[in-house]
Design a protein around this ligand. Structure first.
Ligand code: HDE
Length: 704
């Protein structure tokens, strides 16, 4: 069984494969065999009782042990991140597949035999630290590469575009999307008046809002979502030649999402669903892997697109500029301590290394200011780079000395440059040297000082039309349902109408009409600035259904059983599923052993929404118990409704019958006990598709 009772060996990450692990060793405090002490190192004799004047007397201010303990406790929270407050993270390594020297001189992208340690933090955007994982939201995908030339941060999201074009609008956007000011509701989502008010008035947000209404905003797991750098950056090679670059992360397992009903239920049944999935996968040794891809555009091709490369509300369709896969990120180690590492890690899109540079994207330019500034208040001062998780692993010297929480004790008289008292050290490094200092790309810039949005940023609807038209039918249906759900929660009718008439109608008349119908509004007239839909060439690469990779590796599969189920069959099922790389869990009405096997979870504790597929096991007595159990029937009904693969073996078929479910629907495999091999084969093939879309109409009638 995978998980706690796993027969598979838990992963033993090779510390040699993660140099950052060794670097952090000096900071790790291990309690084994150690006495409890005060912060000043004095051993504590009694950690149970405050110093008192007599057994029933008042506490004494003199008690430095109690005072120190409570003072520390009083200050144990730091401000949470303004956005991306809820996150989880893991350590890992990055390795390039082949030298990228033609494009960039970045040292960590040169040598395919070299591993660069990384720390990766995934996050939601809107909700506070304690909000649920599976809300409809954008996900942050922030990677810190600890390279030999200093730290490089690729601070991206799981969608390739953004809501606004200019950094000056970011505080407005965030004020609108965050819980509303009077009552701090809603927690974690965007289904409320202020968000829709803002986006209905800001048409540049249309494309990104559409992405957030798509299945991309409810990923199945952090391990199976894509990541994007969004902005156009620059690669610069040793000869000084620059090219534009867009970054992509591709999960090796493929990408898939939750259904909205699952996402909502999970937010209550397991608010830590994504966090737990990431943690458990790494503990099991199913290390999440993401390939790094780049879209490279020659400088002279900057203006050959029908959008502006500097506009962060636009993507470059892969059919126009293919994504070149250049390396792999493997997450192989969970953090030792959430606060010390995940909470204190400080990312910044301006943390770049020689060979990587910026473009003039006005959103990116604003971000370059914001991130250091926010860390200063969040982490309590300008020395946050000295916190262990933020320290570079390369040699490190400069002339900074003071400020809050300084850790380093610098030796020597001179803290300025030039100096003669310390031999001139530390010195600048000629950028022409192979390991030279950072030199900004010498882009020619001239212009009139002016507050204006470039005309080339004016088309807000063509790429929204492109995205919508590139969706499969189920994805389109989910998008319409998401707009209906979200706008249905908006209390002001004029906001709902504005979204339908002034946003949706401008990029897709069909979607606008469908959403209008759900909201009881008349079908909108064609928008004044509406896109000519017939001119759009869809980009199949944008559909998530084209990103699914068949197979059940790391899928969580429920073996639904009860006392009376046959232990030998259960063991055979476990073995067969583990051989495919899946994580089978035995789920039963109680934790009482079944024919010598210990269940991993109860039906109440792990409902079907936490699984990718289910096998209802046979055995007359066991199946009878399950068929009579409302919870067990609900389990299979829900799995059916959520289009998951279902197998029922032998008497297990009675559970389907008692639930009034057909045994011949798409994605359902049944047979008697002797047919286990064939049933399992059909089940594995169905589960490997992740959803049985063909039974959607049938599934909609299932009450679960
Ligand atoms: Fe951020 N963003 N952002 N952002 N962002 C922050 O920095 C900001 C933007 C992103 O796991 C903050 O340390 C501005 C785009 C991620 O710790 C803050 C603008 C993208 C994370 C901030 C943007 C992102 C942040 C809050 C518009 C995708 C979490 C706490 C100009 C490419 C990193 C912090 C982590 C965090 C500012 C827009 C991604 C306030 C001003 C576009 C993944 O500095």
């Amino acid at each position: 069984m995978a998980g706690k009772n796993s027969s598979r060996q838990p992963a033993q990450p090779d510390p040699g494969a993660d140099p950052k692990s060794k670097d952090l060793e000096q900071f790790r405090l291990r309690p084994d065999g150690e006495a409890l002490r005060t912060n000043q190192g004095v051993k504590i004799a009694d950690n149970q009782n405050t110093l008192r004047a007599g057994p029933r007397g008042p506490s004494l201010l003199e008690d430095f042990i109690m005072r120190e303990k409570i003072t520390h406790f009083d200050h144990e929270r730091i401000p949470e991140r303004i956005v991306h407050a809820r996150g989880s993270a893991a350590h890992g390594v990055f390795q390039v597949y082949e030298s990228m020297s033609e494009y960039t001189k970045a040292a960590f992208l040169q040598d395919p035999s070299e591993q660069t340690p990384v720390y990766v933090r995934f996050s939601t955007v809107q909700g506070p630290r304690g909000s649920a994982d599976t809300v409809r939201d954008v996900r942050g995908f922030a990677v810190k590469f600890y390279t030999q030339e200093g730290n490089y941060d690729l601070v991206g999201n799981n969608m390739p575009v953004f809501f606004i074009q200019d950094a000056i609008k970011f505080p407005d956007f965030v004020h609108a999307v965050k819980p509303e000011a009077p009552n701090e509701m809603p927690t974690g989502g965007s289904a409320h008046d202020t968000f829709w008010d803002f986006v209905s008035l800001v048409p540049e947000s249309a494309h990104m809002v559409l992405w957030t209404m798509s299945d991309r905003a409810i990923p199945r797991s952090l391990r199976t979502m894509e990541g994007f750098g969004i902005h156009t950056f620059r690669f610069v090679n040793a000869a000084g030649k620059a090219r534009f670059v867009k970054f992509h992360w591709r999960p090796v397992l493929g990408s898939y999402s939750l259904l909205w009903d699952e996402a909502q239920k999970l937010a209550g049944k397991d608010p830590d669903f994504h966090r737990r999935d990431l943690w458990e996968a790494i503990e099991r040794g199913d290390f999440p892997e993401f390939e790094l891809g780049v879209q490279i555009v020659e400088e002279q091709d900057e203006h050959k697109f029908d959008f502006d490369l500097l506009d962060p509300t636009k993507l470059i369709p892969e059919e126009i500029v293919p994504v070149k896969i250049i390396g792999k990120l493997t997450l192989n180690r969970n953090p030792d301590n959430f606060f010390a590492e995940t909470e204190q890690v400080a990312f910044h899109p301006g943390h770049v290394v020689p060979g990587i540079d910026f473009s003039n994207d006005p959103l990116l330019q604003g971000r370059l200011f914001s991130y250091t500034d926010t860390q200063i208040s969040r982490l309590g001062g300008p020395n946050f780079h000295e916190i262990p998780i933020n320290r570079p692993v390369c040699p490190f010297q400069n002339n900074q000395r003071d400020a809050m929480h300084r850790q380093a004790i610098n030796v020597g008289q001179a803290s300025y440059e030039p100096n003669s008292l310390s031999g001139g050290w530390p010195k600048e490094t000629d950028p022409a040297a192979s390991d030279g200092g950072f030199e900004s790309y010498q882009e020619r810039v001239e212009g009139v000082k002016i507050r204006v949005r470039s005309e080339s940023f004016a088309d807000h609807f063509s790429q929204a039309a492109l995205f919508y038209q590139s969706m499969s039918e189920p994805e389109k249906a989910h998008i319409a349902a998401a707009y209906q759900f979200e706008l249905g929660k908006v209390t002001k009718p004029e906001i709902r109408e504005r979204v339908v008439n002034e946003i949706l109608a401008n990029f897709d008349a069909g979607l606008a009409a469908e959403v209008a119908e759900g909201l009881g509004l008349p079908a909108p007239k064609r928008g004044k600035t509406a896109v000519d839909a017939s001119k759009i060439k869809p980009s199949p690469a944008l559909s998530l259904l084209n990103r699914v990779k068949p197979g059940i590796k790391t899928c969580k599969i429920a073996l639904l059983a009860a006392p009376g189920s046959d232990g030998a069959t259960l063991k055979a099922l476990q073995k067969a599923l583990q051989a495919e790389g899946a994580a089978p869990l035995l789920v039963a009405p109680t934790l009482a052993a079944i024919d010598g096997l210990q269940p991993d979870a109860t039906i109440a504790g792990m409902p079907s929404i936490m699984f990718d597929a289910v096998i209802v096991c046979g055995g007359e007595a066991g199946a009878k118990t399950l068929a009579q159990s409302g919870d067990a029937r609900h389990f299979v009904l829900e799995a059916f409704k959520h289009l998951k693969a279902i197998a029922a073996l032998g008497a297990g078929r009675e559970v389907l019958k008692a639930s009034h479910l057909p045994d011949n629907a798409e994605g359902v495999a049944t047979g008697d006990d002797k047919q286990m091999t064939q049933v399992l084969k059909a089940f594995i093939a169905a589960a490997g598709q992740h959803r049985a879309w063909a039974r959607q109409a049938l599934a909609e009638s299932v009450p679960a």
